[in-house]
Design a protein around this ligand. Structure first.
Ligand code: NDP
Length: 401
């Protein structure tokens, strides 16, 4: 039986903890450690106390490494914040355990959304005979695996990919982000970017919009954003000519965001208030609702998936692979809304595949470099089934050509 250590007890950490607790056939012991231990204890109580808890500062890799050794865990699931990725990878190397995360490393000062720092760990993980699996949430994560599945089973060559992320959930609050506000706002206020024929094409923030009809949800305005999975997918898909990422935002949300931006509240440049250096975005995070508190309030569905356009047996083919998740059902099961749920289930599923030896290897992997079949089978079994729809190759479905 394996032992697993989850780091981070936020919205996603709660789901990962619940899911690992449901995988007791594989995980003999589940540990949850975070900066605030009381949050871990609360989650452990929800699972009937089967989870062991600890306090840790994951920015301190020596402290985390001794905790890993103390727990006897063979793998760490990092669902703290992207700022901790490198110190947690260092701790895993020091303690000799596998590593999984859901978001690329971010330096605290400048938003980058790039894998370079973590890819640079490839040799270290190879030498140690350990796996580091990057971006095992929904997007990145499941979307990468829809790509790997399409490449393995449905296409000889994939030429165009559009990743479509729709959250049609409503929490009834004037403004709240459904995962960590700092990361969410950094993502939306950055310039848009997509990859075409070997080049990155930049757009102004939220410049490109399309109206897409999401199955089980309806038509929603969707905006082109840069999203981290584009960086690895453009390298790993054969015959790719273009890959783009779209996310839905309601008008109310965007209006609030524009006001916050206009008054400087989304800046990450520290300002001096009464002798204290404060980052406006960090301050904003402190006054916004905690994403974990949105669970009981959020109603409605998410729909996240990918449209592939390519060749199969010499003919054009268009296929849409997607998942629909219901906020209220997620809350009923694990006391979290669907955004945390759709991130936590894939993270726990990857851990299961490493723990059972289904995935083997050494080095740093993006999800699409691993076998998608056992992964999609596992996420389906633990709450995220997927649909495969054949589309008309001649129809653009509202997406710009
Ligand atoms: P939260 O802010 O809700 O939770 C983060 C948790 O990490 C908190 O419990 C926090 O502790 C803890 N933490 C922060 N810093 C440290 C530290 N130095 N040491 C120990 N613990 C620390 O975030 P979410 O749960 O919403 O998101 C978790 C991760 O998942 C993020 O990296 C996010 O980017 C990613 N994500 C990925 C998605 C995907 O689809 N791939 C989608 C959504 C999120 P405290 O409680 O004390 O603040």
């Amino acid at each position: 039986m394996s032992k697993v250590l989850i780091v981070g007890a936020g919205g996603v950490g709660r789901v990962v903890a619940h899911k690992c607790a449901q995988m007791r056939d594989v995980f003999g012991e589940v540990w949850l450690a975070s900066r605030t231990k009381s949050k871990c204890d609360r989650i452990s109580a929800e699972t009937g106390g089967v989870i062991k808890t600890a306090q840790v500062d994951a920015d301190n890799s020596a402290e985390l490494s001794s905790l890993i050794k103390k727990t006897g865990a063979q793998l760490v699931i990092n669902v703290a914040l992207p700022y901790q990725d490198l110190s947690i990878m260092d701790a895993c190397l020091d303690a000799g355990v596998h590593y999984i995360d859901t978001a690329n490393y971010e330096p605290p000062d400048v938003p980058h959304f790039e894998y370079s720092w973590q890819w640079a760990y490839d040799d270290k993980f190879k030498k140690a005979g350990l796996m580091a699996v990057l971006g095992s949430g929904f997007d990145p994560g499941v979307t990468n695996m829809y790509c790997a599945y399409a490449q393995k089973h449905l296409f000889d060559e994939i030429n165009y990919v559009d990743i479509l992320d729709c959250n049609a959930g409503d929490h009834g609050l004037p403004f709240a982000t459904n995962f960590n506000p700092e990361i969410n706002i950094r993502e939306i206020t950055a310039k848009g970017r997509y990859w075409q024929k070997g080049e990155w094409i930049e757009t102004e923030p939220l410049q490109l919009r399309c109206d897409f009809n999401y199955p089980e949800v309806g038509v929603k305005p969707s905006y082109l954003l840069y999203h981290e999975e584009l960086e690895s997918l453009c390298k790993n898909l054969k015959g790719l000519e273009r890959i783009r990422f779209w996310m839905t935002f309601g008008d109310k949300y965007l209006n609030c965001l524009r006001v916050l931006e206009a008054v400087g509240m989304t800046s990450i440049k520290p300002i001096n208030i009464k002798g204290v250096q404060i980052e406006p975005l960090e301050f904003l995070k402190a006054v916004l609702p905690d994403p974990a508190s949105l669970g009981p309030l959020t109603k409605g569905k998410t729909n996240i998936g990918c449209i592939f356009d390519g060749l199969k047996d010499g003919k054009r083919r268009k296929v849409y692979i997607y998942n629909v998740c219901v906020h209220e059902e997620c809350y009923k099961e694990v006391k979290s809304q669907a955004i945390s749920y759709t991130t936590g289930v894939p993270a726990a599923s990857s851990a299961r595949l490493i723990a059972t030896g289904t995935w083997k290897g050494a080095g740093v992997f993006n999800m699409e470099q691993l076998d998608p079949d056992p992964f999609l089978e596992t996420v389906s079994r633990f709450g995220l089934p997927f649909n495969v729809a054949e589309l008309d190759p001649e129809d653009s479905y509202g997406l710009p050509k």
